[in-house]
Design a protein around this ligand. Structure first.
Ligand SMILES: [Zn+2]
Length: 249
């Protein structure tokens, strides 16, 4: 597969994460939103269940590439009232399980518009990475979203922030003090840009933009532990360019 320095299990995941990863945080919640993390599949991707406690309305963010998320959601009591599926980007570990979810949850599904060219290649993505068994059908997309799009989930309003680079249209979902970033940023690392349709220059631009958001935002990444923007700006070894730009600005 593509990575030169890592085994096959994490090839779609970050370059060498620097900090050890304490394991998830199911049930992490603030007063007005509950964000539960389910780490699934061969790539140990973090998928999320966002719930508005005031109405019970819930959204799935990302899918894994197997049926594992479907199986884990099926064990929850009370059953989540899933109203929508949101995708951060179209890599198979984040979107490859969409058809499995849609068999059970026939709900509106959202994809960043600029991500379509990658998403539509799900049937061949496994082959790109030397693992044709991970080729997947595309599933159904109901809404293509652009930067600034607002999505209502019960009483919550999720805002979509486009952060392309790792992929052509990858983006983040912000709600209150939380941001789900897909593979834009990780604790101690950033999304790889050596994949087909990646764009390193665009990724830097997106990171610049991401870090204009408040530092206290809790960052829920596509792989690895929760962090904050402030912590990453201070410590992330892949953000030296940002620290330098800020010192000289
Ligand atoms: Zn990815």
């Amino acid at each position: 597969m593509l990575a030169k320095t890592r085994g096959p299990v994490t090839d779609l995941t970050p370059r060498a994460p620097v900090r050890a990863a304490p394991r998830p945080r199911d049930g992490r919640s603030s007063k007005h939103v509950q964000i539960r993390c389910f780490t699934v599949g061969r790539f140990q991707v973090n998928t999320y269940l966002i719930t508005d406690p005031s109405t019970g309305a819930a959204a799935i963010v990302d899918t894994g590439e197997t049926r594992e998320l479907v199986e884990r959601l099926a064990t929850l009591e009370p059953k989540p009232d899933i109203r929508m599926i949101l995708l951060t980007h179209g890599h198979t570990d984040h979107a490859g399980g969409l058809t499995y979810l849609q068999e059970v949850y026939d709900v509106p599904t959202y994809l960043p518009r600029a991500e379509l060219p990658l998403f539509e290649r799900l049937p061949e993505q496994g082959t790109w990475f030397g693992a044709p068994q991970l080729n997947r059908p595309c599933g159904r997309i109901d809404h293509l979203i652009d930067d600034g799009a607002q999505i209502q989930l019960g009483a919550l309003t999720l805002r979509f922030v486009s952060t392309p680079g790792h992929t052509p249209g990858q983006g983040c979902y912000v709600e209150g003090g939380d941001i789900i970033v897909g593979d834009t940023l990780f604790a101690g690392s950033v999304g790889r840009t050596d994949f087909p349709l990646s764009d390193p220059a665009l990724a830097r631009k997106s990171l610049r933009r991401l870090f204009e958001l408040p530092g206290e935002l809790r960052v829920h990444s596509g792989h690895g532990p929760v962090t904050t923007l402030a912590k990453e700006l201070a410590q992330n070894p892949f953000l030296g360019f940002l620290r330098m730009e800020r010192r000289t600005a």
